[in-house]
Design a protein around this ligand. Structure first.
Ligand code: 13P
Length: 256
């Protein structure tokens, strides 16, 4: 089955109102000159979701582009949860995508598989398209536990939230040892993991599982994007550092 490639930026805790405005103007100019030929998205800190969305809404909508958030609360109902931002609020602010279970959330902020599963369910219930991140540490890889780790993370979501929560969304394979290191995983590292993810998705539901895009993330940049994006079962990329610059991000989106 053919899947439209999807390239999404993740700004992490970077940016400013000014950076959002200049990124939007540069990215728009590049896309209007030549459409990137894939779906695109940019996930930003929650306070910047609405300003970003406003720059791409109504008459200013850019075909195939959607603003997004980097995480979401697992609480669905409004209430006494100081500091939390719900999926409904992110939708209200104009988010289309939402990264869930990024390794930095898991390792630095203690998000467990169970919390991640609830967040995916909450995102889906509010109409956000979740991008579920999975990936192993260097220690797990060296101990031969890559497949086990990734399947544990994926199964937790499939078991609790169901595969329909990921329909319209994506799974991003981000090996922790490749994030922010400048050294992306090689084809021989990426291919088997993406195949395992695809197989788990299609086992859960053939039609939905075939349609879910599997992205690779970890030191993707203009120079290595074409090689990575051409691999089997790699339907796009989740881009950290290189997405801060609209030109670099566009070059990744158009890499063939
Ligand atoms: P880098 O592209 O900076 O390695 O970050 C990857 C990432 O964590 C995207 O979510």
């Amino acid at each position: 089955m053919s899947r439209t490639p999807l390239v999404v930026g993740n700004w992490k805790m970077n940016g400013s109102l000014g950076a959002v405005a200049s990124w939007a103007a540069s990215f728009r100019a590049l896309c209007e000159e030549a459409a990137p030929g894939c779906e695109t998205g940019l996930c930003v800190p929650s306070v910047y979701v609405q300003p970003l969305a406003a720059l791409f809404s109504g008459e200013r909508a850019l075909p195939g582009f959607g603003p997004g958030a980097e995480t979401v609360s697992d609480r669905e109902e409004p209430g006494a949860f100081t500091g939390e931002v719900s999926a409904a609020m992110l939708r209200d602010a104009g988010a289309c995508w939402c990264i869930v279970g990024h390794s930095e959330r898991r390792t630095l902020f203690g998000e467990t598989d169970e919390v991640v599963a609830r967040k995916v369910a909450a995102a889906h219930a509010a109409g956000l398209r979740p991008i579920l991140c999975v990936g192993e540490t260097l220690e797990e890889r060296e101990a031969g536990k890559t497949r086990r780790t990734v399947l544990r993370q994926l199964d937790a979501v499939l078991g609790a939230a169901g595969i329909s929560a990921l329909a319209g969304g994506a799974v991003a394979y981000e090996p922790l040892w490749a994030i922010g290191t400048g050294k992306a995983a090689g084809a021989e590292d990426i291919k088997p993991v993406h195949a395992v993810i695809r197989s788990a998705l299609t086992q859960a539901d053939r039609t939905i599982g075939e349609g879910i895009r599997i992205l690779y993330g970890g030191s993707v940049k203009p120079a290595n994007a074409a090689g990575i994006l051409s691999l089997p079962n790699v339907d796009g990329a989740l881009v950290g550092g290189a997405s801060l610059d609209a030109g670099n991000f566009y070059r990744i989106c158009t890499a063939r």
